[in-house]
Ligand binder design. Structure first.
Ligand SMILES: Nc1ncnc2c1ncn2[C@@H]1O[C@H](COP(=O)(O)OP(=O)(O)OP(=O)(O)O)[C@@H](O)[C@H]1O
Ligand SMILES: [Mg+2]
Length: 551
């Protein structure tokens, strides 16, 4: 979180709040929650937790606490103190206290926390252990993990514990005696009937693996929820809070630049508001200008974030220097790349390049489809491409500098906005929701005859058994399974195969593949053989127009 956010801005996340509400009720009712929220960086996990916890505290509930493992996890000595102190401080500490009053148990004991027997006991045991020259790190860890349940028992009321950036827990595995830190956590989760656990993490591939790989001690313990981008309606609502009275075209433009990411929306919209108010910009110019400045100027917030991703977050990856070099190379190419192509440009062996690329997938920077590697976030790619070759602004560029760059970048910005858009998956789901008996020319769907669009009762994302995803399934008398690729390269047989498999699992009678730039010959042949409906980007827009105009 940061200084630009205030709680009045909170938007959307109705489903997630409802999910938390029922998990909270269940926790109070002796069925403690075990939920994991997976969401990429800056998608709004911490804000969601903050909003929920705050609403409960306002309603006078006390048994809620949040711990950020990115900050709390260092070594077992510090972790045990910070974990216990932070949780106790939030639940039984006086409201006027600051978190740092409780970080050292020695100090915390002489505050009101010392009045709790559960706290006193665990704090004294941890401190006694710490005083020993060869203290037992595993014991420290165990004492800390056991504390929330003891506190709940003393209070006679369940506790709901939120853990942010949970994946950092794995770092404790470096310490002898602790081994896999998830093992002891599992034992505690099984025992603790008065503590609900809601966890989140931004390194979603790593977190998913920590929870769901078959060898994970936590396998099957947490229900997983995904936190995704905002759809257009929610994006516009957030924009209207940040720039009241902004015209529809300019607001639409902000949607175009932000891909439904609430952090991008906030940064661009706040900057836009400033430019209109203080510099008298025309609205739409202000949006372009704001975007460029936020992303490319080194005082921009999006710039800051991309810089953090590159310089801080990737530091933890294996071979981080090489990773950065590879990313630079890939950012300057228009298309997805294979490991062999990257290897040639980076002067590395294909095998080494492949390992680096896979490591970048593990950190959610890239994603892989078949042999091709792509950036997950086009905006980050754009930032990177411009870091080395792009705009060399001094630390005090004038407006004229920004205008000049804007002119040079217009085309690139348009392409970027087209790629980012309002998260296209949400457009797809919206379009399916508007299906209602319209007659669509067969050629727009790659079919021999015209097609009557069925009405669905419900349109949802779908996950198959192994976590594979379909962007939209329309359920009703007829069932359609749909997948959308909004990329710069044609969709191939792999995508078709995957769609068919998942459509089978969903029990769909129709599969529909949409690919912005069309399909390979092989993919087309396979789709014809299997009767898969297919549309390219333009055809999809035509269909979108047709279903929207009839409502
Ligand atoms: N529901 C929301 N309503 C309004 N603004 C939001 C919402 N969610 C996120 N934001 C904006 O996006 C920013 C990032 O959100 P947040 O810090 O919660 O993300 P995160 O997923 O925890 O990211 P990280 O992985 O970096 O910790 C917030 O500071 C806020 O400006
Ligand atoms: Mg966060």
């Amino acid at each position: 979180m940061n200084g630009y956010y205030s709680r009045e801005q909170f938007t959307n996340r109705r489903l997630e709040l409802a999910r938390l509400e029922s998990a909270y009720e269940a926790t109070l009712d002796s069925k403690p929650a075990r939920i994991a929220f997976l969401g990429l960086r800056r998608i709004g996990k911490s804000i969601l937790f903050d909003q929920f916890i705050e609403s409960k505290r306002t309603a006078g509930r006390e048994g809620l606490a949040i711990v950020d493992f990115e900050r709390a996890v260092s070594n077992p000595e510090t972790f045990s103190q910070v974990y216990v102190g932070t949780i106790a401080g939030q639940i039984i500490g006086a409201p006027e206290r600051r978190p740092r009053d409780f970080l050292r148990l020695e100090d915390a004991l002489s505050t009101e926390l010392g009045e709790s027997q559960a706290f006193r006991e665990v704090a004294v045991r941890i401190l006694t252990e710490l005083r020993k020259a060869d203290h037992d790190q595993a014991l420290l860890y165990e004492l800390a993990l056991g504390f929330p349940q003891e506190l709940a028992e003393e209070l006679g009321e369940a506790i709901m514990l939120f853990i942010d950036e949970f994946q950092y827990l794995m770092d404790l595995g470096r310490y002898k005696g602790i081994g896999d830190p998830r093992r002891l956590l599992r034992a505690n989760l099984e025992r603790q009937n008065m503590v609900g656990y809601v966890i989140a993490g931004s390194e979603i591939t790593i977190l998913e693996d920590a929870l769901q790989s078959h060898t994970s001690p936590l396998f099957g313990m947490f229900a997983r929820e995904r936190l995704g981008p905002f759809d257009r309606v929610d994006s516009l609502e957030l924009i209207s809070k940040l720039v009241p009275k902004l015209g529809a075209r300019a607001a639409g433009k902000i949607c175009g630049y932000s891909g439904g990411n609430p952090f991008y929306i906030t940064a661009i919209a706040q900057k836009t508001a400033g430019l209109i108010k203080e510099e008298g910009f025309d609205e739409e110019d202000a949006v372009d200008h704001a975007f460029l400045e936020e992303v490319l100027a080194d005082w921009g917030r999006i710039f800051d974030f991309c810089y953090y991703l590159m310089e801080v977050s990737l530091e933890r990856a294996r071979g981080s220097g090489n990773l950065k070099a590879l990313l630079q190379i890939m950012a300057e190419e228009d298309q997805g790349m294979t490991a062999t192509e990257v290897a040639r440009l980076a002067h590395k062996t294909p095998q080494a390049s492949r390992n680096y690329l896979l490591e970048l997938c593990r950190f959610d920077i890239l994603e892989r489809e078949g042999d091709l590697f792509y950036f997950r976030d086009p905006l980050f790619k754009y930032w990177l491409a411009n870091l080395r070759t792009g705009i060399a602004w001094s630390t005090t560029p004038t407006r004229a500098d920004v205008w000049r760059s804007l002119d040079q970048h217009r085309e690139a910005l348009k392409a970027l906005s087209d790629e980012l858009g309002t998260a296209k998956e949400s457009v797809l789901r919206e379009v399916l929701g508007l299906f209602d008996g319209q007659l669509i020319a067969g050629e727009l769907l790659g079919a021999g005859a015209d097609i009557v669009l069925p009405k669905f009762d419900k349109v949802e994302q779908f996950f198959d058994k192994s976590g594979g995803e379909l962007e939209a399934v329309g359920w009703g008398e007829h069932v359609w399974a749909c997948e959308l690729k909004w990329r710069r390269s044609a969709a191939g047989e792999t995508e078709v195969g995957r769609l068919l498999e998942r459509a089978g699992e969903a029990g769909a009678e129709r599969a529909w593949l949409i690919s912005k730039t069309g399909f390979t010959k092989e993919a087309l042949a396979l789709m014809r053989k299997e009767g898969v409906l297919h549309s390219n980007g333009d055809q999809f827009r035509e269909i979108e127009k047709a279903v929207r105009s009839e409502t």
